[in-house]
Ligand binder design. Structure first.
Ligand code: ZN
Length: 281
């Protein structure tokens, strides 16, 4: 395919690659936070019947009757989707595509898959937070605490949708409840730090050849897609590549420097990987 060859050329010539990823990327890896599907039924059917949550997203923001129940849901979620995850064919394809180029990820996905797959946490801005860490729910102080190491014990202790009370995380300063790291709830210093790194990256490659690779972001998305399209417009040597299933949106003003790849994420990334590999040989 000519189009893939052209995109591979852009990637080979790029000074840097900026990757934006959202829900569509998670779905292609089997995590669908909006769906009441068979996976949700299999993993959370008991929570669904008892508490009426209809998908992972409602569970993440649910007003659970107790901390033991809240952490039963969260530890089961994180144990299933993050603990033991070391990458997918998608992240492997991305490694080949990025190769030795400077890169940065900006993502609304919270399951921490890019870092777990081996990309540097210093180059991943998880704008809606990450399941890997927790913070004081009241926001009494600014520290993030690692959560992943606590999950296996919590999940193993779960019985009838409750974990052991001694395993419920408590704020070390105020003794109050903890929540998953969420800048929307309470932004902390670490959020500002990674945002600054992102801005420095954009600054560094200003007027350079930057490839913007957008993975599974809905066409109306204002949080990531709109700023990426703006950046593509402003940067004279940018190339904008959007991957989506049935939702390709490219405004006319950036059409000349854009490519829309419609279809299955895993298949497209595989083809793109092959096109880049052919350029390497
Ligand atoms: Zn506190």
């Amino acid at each position: 395919m000519e189009e893939y060859k052209e995109i591979a050329d852009k990637i080979k010539q790029a000074d840097a690659i900026l990757i934006g990823a959202s829900n569509g990327f998670s779905i292609s890896e089997g995590l669908h936070i909006f769906a009441d599907d068979t996976a949700f039924e299999e993993i959370f059917g008991d929570f669904k019947r008892k508490y009426g949550i209809c998908n992972i997203l409602t569970g993440l923001f649910f007003n659970w009757p107790s901390q033991k129940i809240k952490w039963a849901f969260l530890s089961r979620l994180i144990a299933h989707y993050s603990i033991g995850y070391t990458g997918s064919s998608n992240t492997e394809a991305l490694k080949t595509i990025v190769h030795d180029k400077p890169y940065f990820f900006v993502t609304s996905n919270g399951e921490n898959h890019f870092e777990l797959a081996g990309f540097s946490p210093d180059r991943i801005w998880e704008i809606e937070g990450s399941w890997k860490e927790m913070q004081c729910e009241r926001g009494c102080h600014d520290t993030l605490y690692l959560l992943f190491p606590l999950i296996p014990n919590m999940a193993a202790s779960e019985k009838d949708m409750k974990i052991l009370s001694e395993l419920v995380p408590r704020c070390p300063k105020c003794g109050g409840p903890m929540s998953i790291h969420s800048p929307q709830r309470h932004a902390v210093a670490a959020d500002m730090k990674i945002q600054k790194r992102f801005q420095d990256f954009i600054q560094k490659y200003h007027e350079k050849r930057i490839v913007i690779l957008e993975l599974g972001i809905g066409w109306k998305n204002q949080l990531i897609k709109a700023p990426l399209m703006r950046l593509a417009k402003q940067e004279p040597y940018a190339a904008y590549i959007t991957l989506n299933k049935g939702e390709i949106y490219i405004p006319n003003e950036i059409a000349a420097k854009s490519y829309g790849l419609d279809g299955d994420m895993t298949e497209i990334l595989e083809r793109l990987k092959q096109a880049v590999e052919e350029k390497n040989t």
